[in-house]
Design a protein around this ligand. Structure first.
Ligand SMILES: [Zn+2]
Length: 123
C-alpha cells in the first residue's frame, strides 16, 4: 500500500490537518496512556508529512514519563489526533479514527509493546 494524502480532524472540528501516510500496519500500544485512550494509530511517518491546516492553538500538549513523546489533544473536545513518537522524535503517528474515509474497525491491528520502552515504573 502506498502513502496516501488523507484529511483529518478532531471531533469538534477546531483542529484540521492533512497527512501523507500509510494506514497499514495499523497499531495499538500497551503503554499506560494508549491503553486508556484505546486509539488505533497509523504507522510512523516523517514529521514533514503532517500539516496542521487549522486549530494549532486549540492543541494542548501532554507529556509523561521520559518526556520525549509529545501527545497532542484538542482542548475543546478532548480528542487526540496525533503524537510525536518517543523512539524517534522526527517520526509521528496519527489516530486513524480522526481520518476521513477510513474505518478503523475494518483494519487488522497488532499491539506494540510501548510499556517496555518506559524507563520509569508504571508508565
Ligand atoms: Zn476538537
Amino acid at each position: 500500500m502506498s502513502a496516501e494524502l488523507l484529511q483529518g480532524s478532531c471531533h469538534c472540528g477546531a483542529v484540521k490537518f492533512e497527512v501523507r501516510t500509510e494506514i497499514a500496519p495499523a497499531g495499538r500500544c500497551n503503554c499506560s496512556l494508549c491503553r486508556r485512550k484505546g486509539a488505533l494509530m497509523t504507522p510512523r511517518f516523517p514529521a514533514r508529512q503532517l500539516k496542521i491546516l487549522s486549530g494549532e492553538d486549540a492543541l494542548t500538549l501532554y507529556q509523561f514519563n521520559t518526556q520525549v513523546a509529545k501527545h497532542y489533544f484538542c482542548k475543546h473536545c478532548g480528542i487526540y489526533p496525533f503524537h510525536q513518537t518517543r523512539t524517534d522524535p522526527q517520526q509521528w503517528r496519527v489516530n486513524i479514527g480522526c481520518l476521513e474515509g477510513v474505518d478503523p474497525y475494518a483494519l487488522e491491528a497488532g499491539v506494540a509493546d510501548g510499556a517496555s520502552l518506559s524507563v520509569l515504573e508504571d508508565a
